[in-house]
Write a protein that binds this ligand. Structure first.
Ligand SMILES: Cc1cc2nc3c(=O)[nH]c(=O)nc-3n(C[C@H](O)[C@H](O)[C@H](O)COP(=O)(O)O)c2cc1C
Length: 160
């Protein structure tokens, strides 16, 4: 399924959080397998991500319909899409009912990244990963845009 409500939530151990409605098919799978994978689609894969966010795995094989190959994760019992360049394998650490959404916290056990999107230091290059963001207000998908400045650096002049 497609997730907008998510992100990194701990550095040590490295964790991600995602928030899901109970009504989704994915919700039950995560509870049962105590695991999930998280992948980052590129802008070229936006229509595929949009489709994964409208159809349900309860009634159709989304991988097959979108022409995406499911690969069995190495360390957890969950599939990830081969064609997406980044995949995190996560073990469910905690979940917490918030209201309409349930917050799932996954401990990242492995990160798989296509060599094609790495820079010369072996780190993911944002321009090559080519991710995009979703804004719930307009309902639009937007590219990340250009370099703004260096983190933990451009604000230094304001520090006491
Ligand atoms: C851009 C986008 C973002 C979404 N974000 C979330 C989200 O953060 N949490 C959620 O529960 N559903 C979200 N959805 C809806 C689910 O992806 C959708 O209900 C999906 O069909 C569930 O699939 P499943 O039944 O196979 O699990 C989003 C959908 C789109 C298109």
């Amino acid at each position: 399924m497609t997730i907008a409500w998510g992100g990194i939530c701990c550095s040590e151990p490295p964790c991600v959080s995602i928030s899901l409605r109970k009504a989704t098919y994915t919700y039950g799978n995560i509870i049962e397998r105590k695991a999930f994978t998280l992948s980052v689609p590129s802008q070229k894969q936006a229509a595929c991500a949009d489709y994964f966010g409208m159809a349900s795995g309860r009634t159709e094989n989304k991988f097959e319909k979108a022409g995406i190959t499911p690969v069995k994760a190495t360390l957890v019992d969950a599939p990830y899409p081969e064609e997406f360049t980044m995949a995190l394998e996560c073990e469910l650490m905690k979940h917490h009912e918030l209201g309409l959404h349930t917050l799932f916290v996954g401990k990242i056990l492995d990160v798989k990244v296509d060599e094609a999107v790495l820079n010369d230091k072996g780190e993911p290059d944002i321009n090559k990963v080519d991710p995009f963001v979703f804004t719930p207000f307009s309902g639009g998908y937007y590219s990340i845009g250009s370099f703004v400045g260096k983190g933990f650096s451009i604000g230094r002049g304001l520090c006491c």
